[in-house]
Design a protein around this ligand. Structure first.
Ligand code: HEM
Length: 296
């Protein structure tokens, strides 16, 4: 079973993140027809598609990914909120140039207009040095090579093999507050140095830094995930669309619990300077399972 086209195509310098909710009363055949049109292959661009739990049940009643459930709103004891805005269908359109991505975005939007309402539409971009809007490098701790597949894809022999659990969250940055901190204080928040992008070691790593809260093991298994989110934005609204793929949804749940300090009351300092605005879990079926699901 093979992951959907483009999952591991990097860097993906341009992206569009589209979330949809299905309109009431649309016939299943019409939904499948629209999704086939939306995902038709175009040159130099990848149109990945993933589904929320309810939508999955309607589209594929024969089997379901064992761990797939809706994102549930959660908060830390300090009041950081991770809202749930679960939708039905997610598109990750990505390529290397806007001129490659845009025709695919239009194809998706025209096909989907009949069956669903657009609830999120964000443009993403990647800087050549992978720095995000806060000035830190993002993606360094991502698995590399074959380890990407192990972290991101449900193994053969399991239900949903070749597919991935997906977490999508739009985060806005409180940039003035963050940049008001001295650079060493910003580095304490993230757990890496800013200019040189070096991870803090041992006692120098603050327990509430973002890296300390997200680089975790559960029962001796590292909760590795494959992150493909990027900065997004315009003048009035900018931040990071967090997008990650994992072989188990529970990996996201454990890392989110750690960020929110569910076990030890220590919250991720990054959340003092960025707010989660959306949150959805999706399942991105393998290419073969997608083809079967969309069959007329
Ligand atoms: C505003 C939101 C976020 C920003 C700006 C952000 C930024 C960063 C940065 C700069 C790093 C360090 C470099 C790297 O390894 O990539 C990092 C690491 C990481 N982040 Fe985030 N992140 C955000 C949200 C999240 C969320 C919501 C999760 C998980 C649910 C997450 C999971 C991780 C993981 C797993 C690592 C790698 C840790 C390691 O193994 O070293 N991040 N993030």
């Amino acid at each position: 079973m093979t992951p959907q086209h483009g999952l591991f195509e990097e860097p993906g310098n341009r992206a569009q993140y589209l979330e949809y909710t299905l309109k009431q009363g649309v016939a299943l055949d019409d939904i499948k027809c629209a999704l086939r049109r939306a995902t038709s292959r175009l040159p130099n661009v990848f149109i990945a598609i993933a589904f929320g739990s309810n939508c999955w049940n309607s589209l594929q009643p024969l089997w379901r990914p064992t761990q797939l459930s809706d994102f549930v709103e959660q908060a830390s004891a300090k009041g950081h909120l991770m809202p749930a805005t679960q939708q039905d269908i997610f598109f990750w359109v990505h390529g290397e140039t806007s001129s490659d991505v845009m025709p695919a975005v239009i194809q998706v939007s025209q096909a989907m207009a009949v069956i669903a309402d657009l609830t999120l539409d964000l443009n993403g971009y990647k800087a050549p040095d992978a720095r995000i809007i806060t000035g830190f490098v993002d993606g360094t701790g991502n698995p590399k090579g074959d380890k990407r597949h192990t972290a991101a894809v449900v193994p053969d022999g399991q239900i949903g093999a070749g597919g991935s659990y997906v977490l999508g969250q739009k985060w806005t940055h409180k940039l003035p507050e963050f940049l008001q901190l001295s650079v060493p204080a910003q580095e304490q928040v993230m757990g890496r140095t800013k200019e040189t992008n070096i991870e803090m070691e041992g006692a120098a790593m603050p327990t509430n830094s973002h890296v300390a809260r997200t680089d975790i093991d559960v029962n001796d298994t590292p909760m590795k995930m494959y992150r493909r989110g990027t900065p997004y934005g315009n003048a009035g609204d900018y931040g990071l669309y967090f997008l990650a793929f994992a072989c188990e949804q529970t990996r996201f749940e454990h890392v989110i619990d750690s960020m929110l300090g569910k076990d030890d009351g220590v919250t991720d300092a990054m959340m003092d300077y960025s707010d989660a605005k959306t949150g959805s879990y999706w399942f991105m079926p393998s290419q073969e399972d997608l083809d079967a699901l969309l069959m007329a």
